[in-house]
Design a protein around this ligand. Structure first.
Ligand SMILES: *Cc1c(COP(=O)(O)O)cnc(C)c1O
Ligand code: SF4
Length: 340
C-alpha cells in the first residue's frame, strides 16, 4: 500500500450496480479516481496524466474489482493505467500501424482479407486498453448511422466471395441490442453469408453484458456464430465471466480468445500457460497470441520477436496442442495474419 489516506469504497465496488448500460455509463474515467479506488500512490496520477490526455482512462467497475489493491504491478492495472512512458515518442511506433485508413471502401467497413469483411459496429469500447492499436483510429468518422449501414451492407451483398461478417469496433457489444438485432437481421438476409463473428471484450470487462436481450438476437440468426473474446491474463476470468461464457455457449456460440503479448502483463510462459488453462475451464479455446502492433504510446509493452518465439516454444512443451494460441503479427498489405 502506498496511500495512507482511508479509501472510501466505490458504491458496489464488488458487485457493480445496475444493468450493463448503467455500468457502461459509470466507468471510471479519471486516473486520480482509479488510483484512489486501488489505494495507489498519488504520484501515479501525475505520471498518468499525459497518457490520459492522449487516450482517456476508462475502466468498468466490474473490471476494477479484479485488480489487486495497492499493487502498481498488477497485470490488469497495467492494461488500464497510463504510464509516463506513453508520452515518449519511440522510433517505429506510429499512429496507424495497420494502415486501416486505406482499407475502408465504405464507412464502417474494413475489407483486407479474402472471404471476411469487418464492420465497425460501434465506435467506442467499455474499457480503454493502453496498448490498443486503434487508440488513434478516427472512430467518429467511421461510425455509420443506420441509413449509412445500408450502403455499407450493399458492399457485402454485392461481393459473393464474402462468407463471414465480423463485427468489430471499438467494441461492437457497446452498441444497444436493438441496433445490433437490426444489423444482424440484415446480415442474416444476405444469402452467401455463413458466419457471424463478433470480436469483443465486453463479456470480459462487464460480464452482465451477456443478458437475455443479447442472447435473443444471437440465438435468432441462421448464421453460425463465433465470439472472439480478448483476454490477456487468467486473473481477468472471474466467476462472473465464467457464467457469461456459459450463457453464450448455451446460445450455440463458439468461443475463442485472442491475447496480446504484453511486457509486464503476460510475458512469461507460466502466465501464458495459466491463461490457456483458465480459458479452457471457461469453455474458450485460445486462438491468437498477437505481438504488439507498433502504435505510438505503447512501446513499453513491446516484447521482441526472438523472445516471443522462445516463450511460445516453452509454452508448447507445457500445453496440450489445442491450448496453444498461434503467435501472429498483423502486417499491412498481407492477405492474412502473419505467423511468427
Ligand atoms: C484480423 C482480421 C480479420 C480476421 O482474420 P482471421 O485470421 O480470420 O481471424 C479480418 N479482417 C481484418 C481487417 C482483420 O484485421
Ligand atoms: S477493448 Fe479492444 S478495441 Fe477496445 S481499447 Fe481494448 S484492445 Fe482496443
Amino acid at each position: 500500500m502506498h496511500c495512507e489516506e482511508a479509501v472510501p469504497e466505490a458504491p458496489g465496488f464488488d458487485t457493480p450496480p445496475g444493468d450493463w448500460q448503467q455500468q457502461l455509463r459509470e466507468v471510471i474515467r479519471d486516473p486520480a479516481a482509479l488510483c484512489r479506488h486501488l489505494g495507489l500512490d498519488p504520484e501515479r496520477v501525475s505520471a498518468a496524466t499525459r497518457g490520459h490526455e492522449l487516450f482517456p482512462v476508462r475502466v468498468p467497475l466490474a473490471y476494477l474489482s479484479r485488480i489487486r489493491r495497492g499493487d502498481p504491478d498488477d497485470p490488469l492495472l497495467r492494461q488500464v493505467l497510463p504510464l509516463r512512458a506513453e508520452g515518449h515518442a519511440v522510433q517505429g511506433f506510429i499512429d496507424d500501424p495497420l494502415e486501416e485508413r486505406d482499407h475502408t471502401p465504405k464507412p464502417g467497413l474494413i475489407h483486407k482479407y479474402p472471404g471476411r469483411a469487418l464492420l465497425i459496429a460501434s465506435p467506442t469500447c467499455a474499457i480503454n486498453c493502453r496498448y490498443c492499436f486503434r487508440r488513434h483510429f478516427p472512430y467518429a468518422d467511421n461510425a455509420p448511422s443506420m441509413r449509412e449501414w445500408d450502403r455499407t451492407l450493399d458492399y457485402l451483398r454485392e461481393d459473393t466471395s464474402i462468407q463471414e461478417a465480423i463485427l468489430s469496433g471499438g467494441d461492437p457489444l457497446a452498441s444497444p441490442d436493438r441496433r445490433l438485432a437490426v444489423l444482424v437481421e440484415r446480415l442474416d438476409a444476405i444469402p452467401h453469408l455463413k458466419r457471424l463473428r463478433i470480436h469483443t471484450r465486453l463479456p470480459v470487462v462487464i460480464p452482465d453484458r451477456v443478458d437475455d436481450a443479447l442472447l435473443e438476437w444471437l440465438e435468432g440468426t441462421r448464421l453460425q456464430t463465433v465470439v472472439v473474446l480478448h483476454i490477456n491474463h487468467a486473473q481477468e476470468i472471474d466467476e462472473a465471466v465464467v457464467t457469461a461464457c456459459a450463457r453464450l455457449k448455451t446460445a450455440g456460440v463458439t468461443l475463442l480468445n485472442q491475447s496480446v503479448l504484453l511486457r509486464g502483463v503476460n510475458d512469461d510462459a507460466k502466465t501464458l500457460a495459466a491463461l490457456s488453462e483458465r480459458l479452457f475451464e471457461a469453455g474458450i479455446l485460445p486462438y491468437y497470441l498477437h505481438v504488439l502492433d507498433p502504435v505510438s504510446g505503447a512501446a513499453h509493452f513491446d516484447v521482441p520477436d526472438a523472445e516471443a518465439r522462445r516463450l511460445v516454444e516453452t509454452l508448447r512443451q507445457r500445453l496440450a496442442g489445442f491450448l496453444m494460441p498461434r503467435l501472429v503479427r498483423e502486417v499491412p498489405g498481407e492477405q492474412s495474419k502473419t505467423p511468427l
